[in-house]
Design a protein around this ligand. Structure first.
Ligand SMILES: Cc1cc2nc3c(=O)[nH]c(=O)nc-3n(C[C@H](O)[C@H](O)[C@H](O)COP(=O)(O)O)c2cc1C
Length: 372
């Protein structure tokens, strides 16, 4: 019997077997997870937003040692950040009320001091210089795919194309998708509000078709709440050529988050997330947690990027090291309600494809006879 395949334009664009891309997720999408997804026939993407340039180069090399398949790198490029400066300099500019709130929170919740040896991203701060150095590494290493998780990658596209790379950007609104296409991206990701991390105000079901219409013929991947073969088929029906999937891959042995965070994902339901600016300064979906709850209740306003992260991330790091799921269960999307166990990334990819093929195969004859 002939093998059943699910082949879309996405497979041709990236030279992959299945139209499934691992979302770049800071802390989770490590070389191990990205390689596992690429080896399973999808396309693994490193969540490298908080990687210093040297670490990013190391990650790329490690990924290459784990897979000979294509993979990508995702970083953030928000435009409204300072052009240069260290974390130390930015910290000196933090409002006293925010510093006091963080100090009191730490005390109230009995958080221990951070062990610097276990805090890889400590001391980093977003600036345009920092982003430029990350992009230099991405270009120098000729990573097959670069994804801007936030912001417009237009400035690096000519150089990336010269090196044979593909460039993508994530849009949570139609106007952003249009702008990225004018800048020359090869593929747009339309991510709806269902998704984990930085977020849209519009649901995936209505965002994807609008982005598809607005940017045609530029190809679109659907993201936000896609967790199984049904979601994949729905994405194709909405006009996407494939999917960008984050949350389901958090609950895998290969993902870089802590075991207590994986357990929190398995335990949580779809109503257990919240969209809040309290972690990064931009609206981001995470599992409900005491930091977001108490910061919102304090009446303080979240600071713009990169300043809010300088307040929140040391707390998150201390809570991570202490195994505190009440404070740092982590970013996650509404599809957590569909996740019932931790299982290998390969199993997620293969099951998603098998289910999608089954749905498509079963619906075809009915569709044809119905239309007669
Ligand atoms: C734990 C976590 C961390 C994330 N970190 C990033 C990031 O560093 N860069 C980025 O572009 N998007 C990030 N995102 C968003 C994802 O790339 C993706 O758009 C989203 O997970 C898709 O929706 P889903 O979670 O419903 O699959 C993150 C999402 C999660 C859940």
């Amino acid at each position: 019997m002939a093998e059943k395949v699910l082949h879309t334009a996405m497979c041709d664009i990236f030279g992959i077997r299945y139209p499934i891309m691992l979302a770049g997720m800071g802390g989770a999408s490590t070389p191990e997870l990205a390689a596992a997804v690429s080896n399973a026939g999808g396309l693994g993407v490193l969540g490298a937003a908080a990687c210093a340039p040297e670490q990013l180069r190391e990650w790329i090399k490690r990924t290459r040692s784990l897979t000979d398949q294509p993979f990508g790198v995702d970083t953030l490029l928000p435009s409204a950040v300072p052009s240069s400066g260290s974390a130390q300099k930015f910290k000196a500019e933090l409002p006293q009320a925010h510093v006091d709130f963080a100090r009191d929170f730490k005390r109230r919740h009995d958080l221990p001091p951070i062990d610097p040896a276990r805090a890889p991203s400590r001391g980093l701060a977003f600036s345009r210089d920092f982003f430029a150095h990350q992009i230099e590494v991405v270009l120098d290493e000729r990573v097959p795919v670069y994804v801007a998780g936030l912001g417009d990658p237009g400035f690096m596209i000519p150089e990336a194309h010269k090196r044979g790379m593909k460039v993508m950007a994530i849009a949570g609104a139609v106007k952003h998708a249009r702008r990225f296409v004018e800048s020359g991206v090869d593929v747009v990701v339309a991510q709806g509000t269902d998704g984990g991390g930085h977020n849209s105000r519009v649901g995936t079901m209505v965002l994807v078709p609008q982005v598809v219409d607005a940017v045609r013929p530029t190809p679109v991947l659907a993201a936000g709440g896609i967790a199984d073969g049904r979601g994949l088929v729905a994405a194709l029906a909405l006009g996407a050529i494939g999917v960008w999937v984050g949350t389901p891959f958090l609950a895998t042995p290969e993902s870089g988050i802590e075991d207590f965070q994986k357990a929190a994902i398995v335990a949580a339901g779809s109503e257990d997330t919240v969209v809040s600016r309290t972690l990064t300064g931009k609206p981001a979906r995470a599992i409900k947690n005491k930091w977001a709850e108490e910061f919102e209740a304090s009446g303080l306003k979240a600071l713009p990027m990169p300043f809010q992260a300088l307040i929140a991330m040391p707390i998150m790091e201390a809570a991570r090291q202490a195994g505190r799921k009440d404070i740092v269960p982590g970013f996650a999307g509404q599809s957590i309600g569909m996740i019932t166990r931790v299982r290998p990334a390969r199993e997620i990819v293969e099951e998603m494809v098998a289910e999608a093929i089954e749905i498509l195969a079963a619906s075809m004859p009915r569709t044809v006879s119905f239309s007669k």
